[in-house]
Write a protein that binds this ligand. Structure first.
Ligand SMILES: [Ca+2]
Ligand SMILES: [Ca+2]
Ligand SMILES: [Ca+2]
Length: 393
């Protein structure tokens, strides 16, 4: 018979391994990045439920469910909420359900017994009403008390799809009925969210590639026009709004390719301009707002971050010098509700310009920190504010 103490000594190696270290990102003084979870097939979009479960979608077909049971910021417990859902992307927690999208279907599911796997799955609406596929197959989802909103982008780069269901945001009743056009002229907006404390719908629209190609630019070498045009747009989507694509870009600039259209100036005149823009090819992808209710409770970030936007910029391919590759903060003026500035918080290029990560999405965690995902390192990182005093130490 073995003494109890001896058995404990034998079991000691089973203690949890320390959390992995984050790559050497360039992080703004006062902030810190750690690994929240890793070893994903690909980590794309994220959402929390009301019990602190983190959901991470992987377009290969899974939604993983993660928990940080000891509240140390590392999500050590993992389940598979949903599987065999090829192209699963957009996520939104609402009314007790995790709503999610595949390219041509809007679904909702819930876990009733708390084991991290769904027990109930509902197909809310299918591709008889939703376009699918193409280059931009990622489908957004925003669920409100009364409706859900979804969109799918341009099937190519600058395709005239104005006569189709693409390049538009659609509003549905919660049961999938009542499809109504909400906004149009959108190239590729992968995430929609309310600005905290309002019912304003915000999203980021990706600018096109190869702006100067029709003028003789050569992709990857001589592209003075494309390097700086067009911007990625932070838009406030209003009912009936036309956002320009594919004819008009940014601040009512007509596209060279559509200059022969007789209505091109009228199209420019009716285009809703962006509330803010990001440098061309940043690939400003997805975002979260800092909800003041959460931040005032957790004090995770200074109070002047309340209502600001954290944006995951995946970074450029269509630029001669890399740009994007960062987590940035877009500051909002709480008085006007409008953006007024931008800071880089994390650069995912190292000092030699090498790519350390390509950020995809940001989400505010229940502890107030901001989690961001990367589908190349296949990890989720945790960004928090540690203070300038800590930065000097
Ligand atoms: Ca933990
Ligand atoms: Ca379950
Ligand atoms: Ca636009």
């Amino acid at each position: 018979m073995v003494a109890a103490g001896h058995v404990l000594a034998q079991e000691a190696p089973d203690a949890p391994a320390p959390a992995p270290k984050a790559p050497p990102f360039l992080v703004r003084p006062g902030y810190e990045v750690t690994v929240a979870a890793d070893d994903f097939p690909a980590a794309r979009f994220m959402e929390f439920d009301d019990k602190g479960t983190l959901y991470v979608s992987n377009p290969g077909g899974e939604i993983l469910s993660l928990r940080d049971l000891d509240h140390d910021g590392f999500y050590e417990t993992r389940g598979t909420f949903s599987r065999n859902m090829k192209s699963v992307h957009g996520l939104c927690w609402a009314n007790g359900w995790l709503w999610f999208t595949t390219s041509g279907v809007v679904w909702k599911a819930r876990d009733l017994d708390g084991d991290g796997d769904h027990d109930e799955l509902v197909e809310v609406t299918r591709d008889t009403t939703l376009s699918q596929g193409g280059n931009h197959w990622m489908r957004s989802i925003l669920v409100t008390r009364t409706h859900f909103f979804t969109s799918i982008g341009d099937s190519g780069n600058i395709t005239d799809e104005s006569g189709t269901d693409r390049q538009k945001i659609w509003r549905f009743n919660l049961d999938g009925s009542g499809k109504t056009l909400f906004a149009s002229g959108i190239r590729n907006t992968e995430k929609l969210r309310f600005r905290p404390g309002t019912e304003e719908i915000w999203g980021i629209d990706h600018g096109s590639d190869n702006f100067g190609k029709a003028l003789g630019e050569r992709t990857g070498s001589v592209q003075p026009v494309t390097d700086f045009n067009p911007p990625d747009e932070l838009n406030k989507y209003v009912e009936g709004g036309f956002y320009g694509h594919p004819f008009i870009t940014g601040y009512r600039l007509p596209r060279y390719e559509f200059r022969e259209r007789r209505d091109i100036v009228d199209l420019a005149a009716k285009t809703v301009v962006p509330e803010w823009t990001f440098p061309a090819h940043s690939a400003a992808n997805a975002f979260c707002f800092i909800d003041p209710e959460v931040n005032d409770r957790t004090h995770a970030f200074p109070a002047d971050h309340n209502g600001d936007l954290f944006v995951a910029c995946r970074g450029s391919w269509n630029r001669t010098v890399k740009i994007g590759y960062q987590i940035c903060r877009v500051m909002f003026d709480p008085w006007t509700g409008a953006p007024y500035g931008m800071q880089t918080i994390v650069s995912t290029l190292d000092a030699n310009g090498r790519t350390l990560a390509r950020p995809v999405d940001c989400v505010q965690a229940p502890d107030g920190s901001v989690l961001w995902s990367c589908d190349e390192t296949n990890a989720v990182y945790r960004l928090r504010y540690t203070g300038l005093a800590a930065a000097k130490e």
